[in-house]
Design a protein around this ligand. Structure first.
Ligand SMILES: Nc1ncnc2c1ncn2[C@@H]1O[C@H](COP(=O)(O)OP(=O)(O)OP(=O)(O)O)[C@@H](O)[C@H]1O
Length: 598
């Protein structure tokens, strides 16, 4: 069936459902209630990922765009897969955009039942592997003695590609671990008022190594002369590390000009970062804005700039120079909402750009925000780029147009786990994995814990299953993209306040999440990549605290897990055993629970 016919058919179904007043529960959309992905076909060939965002963002926060391109030429193949943060946005997009005309072409928009997303590390490591394939590693190091008989390539050009995969300025980083912690009262050049906010309002008495290192390169002798890329473990205090120098430089001159922009990948993280700026900068007279889709576009915009006709705006009787001027000094934004507002915000005074969780934000699907911001700024932007697993892909870093960059890293390894994290593996047969999880949760008692699964569907299923176990007398809730943003924020709030103990979660939502008192992380599904392990495990053992990360696996997964841990320099992963009597005692409950859930 050709695309216009398919479009017509879906439109007919919608029209018939509307005529029969069929409610949400019985609509054809319910078949796709577990997927927030949509397919878009017939896209004009000139459009890029960035052009698609504003079209589809009308119906919700777009969290993933995969515009399929020809591998050889890089040209668009005219179709894409998009994911929304909230599944209901997918229904709205299908209903409203299917059959719409975009630059003269009729686009087809439909649900996708099961979309297999490529994981972040996947693309980068696979590209490097492809480049290195067939190249003699010993020859690269100048150590191959096999000469012409060597079965691997000694092609100088191919070898160079691999060697230069790491940019020259990244090869010799400033070692953050060598910076000692510093009492707030002895931080050089820190203004007294900032010191007292830190000590009295926030209860912070000393700066962590990454904070000291960044201070030196910004306020200290470095004086923001170079753009900074930081690779520092989860929970090491990166947020305050970039917030401090920005606030120090801005607070003596507050009001009316947007001068710092912080971009983070998710709404929950944006809220968390804003809270830190609120605590640090608001008492000093700076105003902090949020563009993360918490309210309607207009409402959000009116909190960021003066709009004509506003109650608290300038006198409407004359054309005020204040209209469209910024109400905030610092803006924390997600890429989607930033693109929505960017043409109305004046970026000409922007001096600082922070890209937090950079490896995630530099992926193709997010990139359109970056060239837009860089194009609209006028003077040199001081950039701070951070992650616990910072990308070393020259192609991605090139997008940032870095000025004389300096790399700060905690040690030599790309992946590093928190200092006081204990890692355990729990080996069991696949079919009894839920039993082992229940037994483990029982043994952890009332301690706050996050359980990670591989997908939103398994998160939902597992949460349901655990809640049916009467013996587990602990509160368990689900946190995933399937839930509406309001529900998710409420769930995180309750978890923070300790109103329930176990949060079952999928990966996408937890980047950077900082919840006090999380003592345990459980990988119910073993992560496929070290990077995923690092970010999951990093929800515990934060800010110098202790924590434990348990990974459940079957015997045949042990080898893969060992390799994964080796990349994070974590060889001492102990085996955790659960008494077999405990498992046996749970068997009969498990059988009735599985029947209930299915
Ligand atoms: N100097 C400090 N003294 C005490 N606590 C601190 C200090 N700096 C940061 N913290 C606390 O450490 C925790 C982790 O900080 P933050 O969220 O910035 O880590 P991060 O490095 O960004 O982690 P991730 O990579 O997971 O995002 C937070 O709860 C924060 O309040």
């Amino acid at each position: 069936m050709n695309p216009p016919t398919l479009v017509k058919r879906t439109q007919n179904i919608n029209a018939r459902e509307a005529a029969l007043s069929i409610g949400d529960h019985a609509s054809w959309h319910t078949k796709y209630k577990d997927s927030a992905y949509i397919f878009v076909g017939g896209i004009p060939f000139d459009l890029t990922e960035g052009d698609l965002l504003p079209v589809f963002a009308q119906y919700g926060e777009v969290v993933d765009v995969n515009l399929v391109r020809d591998k050889g030429t890089g040209k668009s193949k005219d179709f894409a897969f998009l994911a929304y943060e909230d599944q209901r946005s997918a229904d709205l997009a299908v209903d409203n955009l299917n059959g719409a005309q975009v630059l003269g072409r009729i686009i087809k928009v439909d649900h996708v039942d099961k979309y297999k997303k490529k994981e972040e590390e996947d693309e980068e490591t696979e590209r490097l592997k492809r480049e290195a394939r067939g190249v003699c590693r010993a020859f690269q190091r100048g150590e191959c003695t096999r000469g012409a008989s060597c079965k691997f390539s000694h092609d100088e050009q191919a070898c160079l590609i691999h060697i230069h995969a790491v940019l020259p300025w990244m090869r010799h980083p400033v070692d953050i671990t060598r910076c000692p912690e510093l009492p707030v009262c002895s931080v050089p050049l820190m203004k007294r008022r900032l010191q007292s906010v830190l000590e009295e309002n926030m209860g912070i008495s000393k700066l962590f190594p990454v904070q000291v290192a960044l201070w030196q390169e910004t306020v200290g002798p470095g004086d923001f002369e170079r753009d900074l890329c930081i690779n520092s473990p989860t929970g090491s205090g990166k947020t305050l590390a970039y917030a401090l120098p920005i606030v120090q430089n801005l607070f003596t001159n507050p009001g009316g000009r947007l001068r710092a922009l912080v971009v983070v990948p998710t709404r929950d993280l944006a809220l968390q970062v804003k809270r830190i700026f609120d605590a640090l900068a608001s008492p000093l007279g700076l105003r902090i804005g949020l563009a993360a889709g918490q309210s309607s576009l207009r409402h959000e915009l009116s909190s960021l700039i003066y709009l004509p006709g506003e109650d608290d705006g300038p006198d409407p009787g004359f054309l005020s120079p204040l209209w469209f001027q910024s109400k905030v000094d610092i803006l924390v934004a997600t890429p989607g909402r930033l693109v929505d507002h960017v043409n109305k915000l004046s970026l000409k005074h922007l001096r600082y750009l922070v890209v937090d969780e950079a490896d995630r934000l530099l992926r193709e699907d997010y990139q359109s925000w970056l060239p837009t911001v860089l194009k609209l700024t006028q003077s040199r932007l001081a950039k701070i780029v951070l992650s616990a697993t910072l990308t070393r892909d020259p192609g991605r870093l090139a997008q940032l147009n870095l000025h004389h960059p300096l790399f700060l890293s905690a040690g030599k390894m790309r992946y590093r786990l928190p200092e006081y994290l204990e890692c355990y593996k729990l080996i069991c047969e696949r079919k009894v994995k839920p039993l082992y999880l229940v037994a483990l949760l029982k043994s952890l008692g009332e301690e706050k814990c996050i359980v990670f699964t591989r997908s939103v569907e398994s998160t939902h299923h597992l949460c349901k299953l655990l809640n049916c176990f009467g013996d587990l007398k602990i509160g368990i809730k689900e946190f995933s993209g399937l839930k509406h943003q309001r529900v998710r924020s409420k769930t995180v709030g309750e978890f923070r306040r300790g109103e329930f103990q176990v949060l079952v979660s999928s990966d996408a939502m937890t980047r950077g999440m900082d919840v006090e008192g999380v003592r345990n992380v459980i990988n119910y599904d073993m992560p496929k990549y070290t990077k995923t392990y690092v970010h999951r495990a990093g929800r515990t053992a934060r800010a110098g605290q202790t924590g434990r990360c348990f990974t459940l696996m079957s015997k045949d997964e042990v080898g893969g897990f060992k390799k994964l841990m080796k990349k994070a320099e974590a060889s001492d992963c102990l085996e955790y055993t659960v008494p077999s009597s405990l498992i046996e005692a749970l068997h009969s409950t498990y059988q009735s629970v599985t029947l209930n859930v299915s």
